[in-house]
Design a protein around this ligand. Structure first.
Ligand code: ADP
Ligand code: MG
Length: 593
């Protein structure tokens, strides 16, 4: 047979392997979760492709994952009957970091180094295939793709900068299709090859994988066997009974080894919501999305009628991309199934608008064709209806957080995803009614906890008609704005819009509960207390002064006017009725830099 060929890892892979082996000890056991999740992905791919190409299944109809342990030699093998890899795919997938999960991990690692907090990153992100080297010093991957005639073997060692690929020639090791990983455990990690330990890990970390996972377990059954009678007993019994009691039966335990189904294979979303515990929802979330924090909320529902689908949605506890990156719709956050077959997690606004792309979950439809393509998804009426329902459920879920007994939950939500809600006000006119109650602002009467628009409206004075706001670049400058004076005197609350996006969001909403949003820095602010006679008189008296000031300032101002807006400051600069507010001006300036 041809000799093994040697390959160098891509530079990032070497760096990653180095990190894994030397610094990421804290949670070694996640290696099994990572490898089982790869096996599950490979089975998903095969099942999906076989819908249009049934020939892919011809070698074997079995779709499962088998984990075998050899505790005496410290070896674990993980076998799946999934899509396998061609020789080319082995090089691409196991020698380079082309995969999003791993890239995300490296970025997070860098960020956490920058901020000086290096906590349990491997548990949070997983590093995919390479996590095998957390516990193994040698890994052998033997894999057979239905696209390839031959089965190939990848072999790599911890602390090495290269790996080899050769053809599988041992007839005993040939598999009909799929991948077999063999981990030769490090001396100190051989304990992972105990069958009970592996079984426990599967139950802990991979309970919700939707393919059967079998582990190799020692079993026993009891059986009655005939035994020769104990001679000592014979003596005691005396002579009479001796002949009858020569033979006697005894219960013994027969030991043998067999595969044991170790996970729950019925998908969680098909179960009755009444029978699923919060803990199960949370575990499902953590396992499916490789998350380490519990979600802030979840929602499990079925819709019937026009379009039938089932779904479990979640609001994550933190924004993985960071609070300021709200426009990353390619998140792999929604896993779409059609009749339980995984179809895709690669969406770009088809199921959720981009401002809601942080919502995670699974959606299983019976009405879409199994061979649904991206084009079909984009044009399908069914998908449009699904999207509408999903978005509503997402809003209900978020509103649920806002109304929960723990105010900290919504604070957390707002801190992480508030920008998304504001973006929604700008991009999704149709859902203004659902978005507006979720907004939170500081105000002239609430500078420590943010308030909702409902709280604002409740706090309005009987004669007050509008909702007042001022946009500013900071809380302090909003608090000291001279525009506030008159409103403070009247005890009107003023919202402080201190995030650059706030003002645009509010301007898009225009009103809330039939009350208009009014910018108190605009020239036509009317607080409903005009005394026309007096105004006329003052205007006459100071007209000359105004003209004089205007002449001195020239083009620097549009006009100089008498106003009744101030109580203690002598003058104030305001924006024209149709002009940009000072805040908008700042924004535009910042953007043109
Ligand atoms: P990710 O799962 O995020 O893509 P991994 O490092 O876990 O990253 O895996 C890298 C790639 O190796 C996978 O995307 C897949 O293409 C390939 N791979 C890993 N394990 C298997 C397997 N059991 N069967 C087929 N392909 C696999
Ligand atoms: Mg993976």
């Amino acid at each position: 047979s041809p000799p093994a060929e040697k390959f160098e890892y891509q530079a990032e892979v070497s760096r990653l392997m180095d990190l894994i082996v030397h610094s990421l000890y804290s949670n070694k056991e996640v290696f099994l979760r990572e490898l089982i999740s790869n096996a599950s992905d490979a089975l998903d791919k095969l099942r999906f492709l076989s819908v249009t190409d049934p020939g892919l299944m011809k070698e074997s109809a079995e779709l499962d994952i088998r984990v075998q342990t050899d505790k005496d030699n410290g070896i674990i093998t993980i076998t799946d009957s999934g899509i396998g890899m061609t020789r080319e795919e082995i090089v691409d997938c196991l020698g380079t970091i082309a995969q999003s999960g791993t890239a995300k991990f490296l970025k997070a690692l860098k960020d956490s180094k920058d901020s000086g907090s290096d906590n349990n990153l491997i548990g949070q992100f997983g590093v995919g295939f390479y996590s095998a080297f957390l516990v193994a010093d040698r890994v052998v991957v033997s894999t057979k793709s239905p696209k390839s005639e031959k089965q190939y073997v990848w072999e790599g060692e911890a602390n090495a900068s290269s790996y080899t690929i050769r053809e599988e020639t041992d007839p005993e090791k040939l598999i009909p299709r799929g991948t077999r990983l063999t981990l030769y455990l490090k001396r100190d990690d051989k304990g992972f090859a105990h069958p009970e330990r592996v079984q426990k890990l599967v139950k802990n970390y991979s309970q919700f994988v939707s393919f059967p996972i079998y582990t190799w377990q020692e079993k026993g059954y009891t059986k009655e066997v005939e035994v020769d009678e104990d001679p000592a007993e014979v003596k005691k019994e005396g002579d009479d009974s001796q002949i009858e009691k020569k033979k006697k039966t005894k219960t013994v335990v027969e030991r043998y080894w067999d595969w044991e189904l170790t996970n729950e294979t019925k998908p969680l979303w098909l179960r009755n919501p009444k029978e699923v515990t919060t803990e199960e929802y949370n575990d499902f979330y953590k396992q499916t999305f490789n998350e380490y924090l519990e979600p802030l909320a979840s929602s499990h529902f079925t819709t019937e009628g026009e379009v039938e689908f089932r779904s479990v949605l979640y609001v994550p506890a933190i924004s993985p991309t960071g609070k300021d990156d709200i426009t990353n719709p390619k998140t792999k956050n929604i896993r779409l199934y059609v009749k339980r077959v995984f179809i895709s997690d690669d969406f770009d606004g088809e199921l959720f608008p981009r401002y809601l792309s942080f919502v995670k979950g699974v959606v299983d439809s019976n009405d879409l064709p199994l061979n649904v393509s991206r084009e079909i998804l984009q044009e399908s009426r069914i998908v449009r209806i699904m999207r509408k329902r999903l978005v509503r459920k997402a809003f209900d879920m978020i509103l649920g957080i806002a109304m929960s007994e723990n105010p900290e939950d919504y604070e957390k939500f707002w801190d992480n995803f508030g920008k998304n809600i504001k973006l929604g006000c700008i991009e999704d006119r149709e859902n203004h009614k659902r978005l507006a109650p979720l907004l939170r602002f500081f105000s002239s009467q609430a500078d420590e906890v943010m308030i909702s628009l409902d709280e604002y409206v409740e706090n309005m004075k009987p004669e007050q008609k509008d909702i007042y706001y001022i946009a500013s670049d900071s809380l302090t400058s909003a608090q000291s704005a001279p525009f506030l004076e008159k409103l403070k005197e009247k005890e009107y609350e003023v919202l402080f819009l201190v995030d650059p996006i706030d003002e645009v969001a509010i301007q898009n909403l225009k009103s809330y509960k039939e009350k208009n949003f009014v910018d108190i820095s605009k020239e036509d602010l009317d607080l409903g207390d005009k005394d026309e006679e007096k105004e006329k008189q003052v205007k006459q008296e100071f007209g000359v002064t105004c003209d004089w000031i205007k002449k001195r300032l020239g083009d620097k101002v549009a006009s100089v006017q008498i106003s009744n807006r101030l109580s203690s400051s002598p003058c104030v600069l305001v924006s024209g009725k149709f002009g940009w507010s000072a805040n908008m001006e700042r924004l535009m300036k910042a953007q043109s830099l």
